[in-house]
Design a protein around this ligand. Sequence first.
Ligand SMILES: NC(=O)c1ccc[n+]([C@@H]2O[C@H](COP(=O)([O-])OP(=O)(O)OC[C@H]3O[C@@H](n4cnc5c(N)ncnc54)[C@H](OP(=O)(O)O)[C@@H]3O)[C@@H](O)[C@H]2O)c1
Length: 249
Amino acid sequence: MEATSSTGAETKEEKPGKIFIAGSTGKTGKRIVEQLLSKGFGVRAGVRDLEKGRSSLPQNPNLQIVRADVSEGSEKLAEAIGDAEAVVCATGFKPSFDVFAPWKVDNFGTVNLVDACRKVGVKRFVHVSSILVNGAAMGQLLNPAYIFLNLFGLTLVAKLQAEKYIKRSGINYTIIRPGGLKNDPPAGNIVMEPEDTLYQGSISRDQVAEVAVEALQCPESFFKVVEIVARIEAPERPLKDLFSSIKKQ
Ligand SMILES: NC(=O)c1ccc[n+]([C@@H]2O[C@H](COP(=O)([O-])OP(=O)(O)OC[C@H]3O[C@@H](n4cnc5c(N)ncnc54)[C@H](OP(=O)(O)O)[C@@H]3O)[C@@H](O)[C@H]2O)c1
């Protein structure tokens, strides 16, 4: 059992704490929920649609499914977070005709979630973002992925602004920026680099979930932005070592 809780506080508790996950019915969010449950964490799974949540998430006595739409403001989100001691944000806008959807979800939604954490005193926030969010500053303005992802609603710009809000908020954050997400099982080992480094590559959602779950347990991940992809030729390294190799900004 960990000597340090997911909040970063020293603890003698035997049981891992309770984690709230926004976007629990998503392809990455669901994997995070499953991995947390398999490690004995209590989970409050935030979903937009309770029926969808009940039918897609596992039945487990440690799982509570709660309604949480990040666009509905921090008051309701604070209720949804309830007694969780850490929050994971795995939301992403659903493509629609609403050109503001990326801002409503990936920007204001994340801001609402951080504000909700403040309201209920949650001090730990793990956020799933994306590589290339800061593509313009990396000289990747003409990278097809940067152009494509910003074409509809400036999605990457919205995500970058949300990251800035998280960093300014004072909350203990880990921002995870994965490359292109795959549903397939892992093919290759995880490569972890500092922010604004990777501009291509992909990774299994299983591995993104692993990194998010490890971040909750690993003080080496505190106040860091990490970029992750998987590569066949990369050596297998413990996630703790990978987090340790990244400097705080
Ligand atoms: N796709 C890629 O290659 C890629 C690459 C790098 C990073 N990312 C980022 O990684 C994250 C996870 O991606 P993913 O493909 O696993 O996500 P996903 O399967 O599209 O799931 C997104 C989740 O967000 C939820 N959601 C949407 N609007 C919401 C709202 N207003 N309030 C609360 N929840 C809301 C969805 O709920 P419903 O189930 O109800 O729709 C769903 O659970 C996203 O931020 C994405 O942008 C994606």
